[in-house]
Design a protein around this ligand. Structure first.
Ligand SMILES: Nc1ncnc2c1ncn2[C@@H]1O[C@H](COP(=O)(O)OP(=O)(O)OP(=O)(O)O)[C@@H](O)[C@H]1O
Ligand SMILES: [Mg+2]
Length: 254
């Protein structure tokens, strides 16, 4: 059985998409078969793989509302061992359209279920909110990874996402597990970065990945070239850190 993992944090710009793209790429490079689901109306993970937004093409939204099966939306072989489900602005409409819909929080779970056996990992890139979209992602997942930026307000955001995980566990998906908290954009020369890591470690001992993702300009540049860091600059510290995260993630989930 494959595992489904959400990359989630309602705080914007903390490195969710960068992590979803580059973890997916590093895992597939290591030989794991991966499905990456872009589940954010911003479509950043879609763009990050150089897929043009095109109104005539179906996206995850169409599979969510039953226009077509998920299979028709999957772009196979975006890289070796890596398939992609694209998203665009349309997905934003589900927040309103699903109000009052029976089992609205189980829609993603139901449409991904037939694919769980076809992949080692299904990775879901969540939007910066805790609405219906993120709740659907958490309900469909076995694991959650929470990227946090090493800055002062990181802890506040963390409390909210952890509460949401507890609510989803109690009401919708008892098997959901926090896999870990990931520090992103870490700068070892910055005292604040060091302080944030220390504080979070003392509060969430046992739930922090050993791998830290450093601030690395190559990671920020890669999406505009439509490729993950492992291809854009394979020997960069950014690529190296996501390969280490992939190895740690695999080991955690053996
Ligand atoms: N380790 C890093 N080093 C340098 N820049 C980074 C790093 N991680 C992310 N960035 C940059 O920070 C910005 C935000 O990252 P990203 O888009 O991954 O965050 P996000 O949490 O997905 O944002 P959103 O909440 O809008 O979906 C982007 O411009 C990205 O290129
Ligand atoms: Mg994002």
């Amino acid at each position: 059985m494959g595992k489904v993992i959400s990359i989630a944090n309602q705080k914007g710009g903390v490195g969710k998409t960068t992590t979803a793209i580059n973890l997916a790429a590093a895992l597939s490079e290591a030989g794991e078969k991966i499905l990456l689901i872009d589940f954010d109306p911003q479509g950043n993970a879609t763009e990050g793989f150089g897929v043009e937004q095109d109104d005539s093409k179906y996206t995850v939204y169409n599979a969510m509302v039953g226009d077509c099966p998920l299979e028709e939306v999957i772009i196979e072989g975006i890289m070796e061992n890596l398939d992609l489900v694209p998203a665009d602005m349309d997905l934003a409409a589900t927040e309103a359209e699903f109000v009052g819909v029976d089992k609205k929080n189980y829609v993603l779970r139901n449409i991904t279920k037939p694919f769980v056996d076809k992949y080692e990992y299904i990775i879901i890139d969540c939007p910066p909110s805790l609405g219906t979209i993120t709740v659907n992602a958490l309900t469909a997942s076995d694991l959650v990874m929470i990227p946090i930026q090493c800055e002062y307000y990181a802890l506040e955001g963390l409390k909210q996402i952890l509460e949401t995980i507890e609510i989803v566990k109690s009401n919708l998906n008892p098997d959901l597990k926090l896999d870990g908290i990931l520090f992103t954009m870490y700068d070892g020369r910055n005292r604040l970065s060091q302080e944030v890591v220390k504080t979070v470690k003392s509060n969430f001992d046992g739930y922090i990945y050993n791998t830290l993702i450093p601030r690395n300009v190559r990671l920020a540049e890669a999406p505009s070239h439509g490729v993950p860091i492992t291809i854009y600059e394979s020997s960069s510290t950014g690529a190296d850190s996501y390969r280490r995260l992939a190895a740690e993630f695999i080991k955690n989930n053996l």
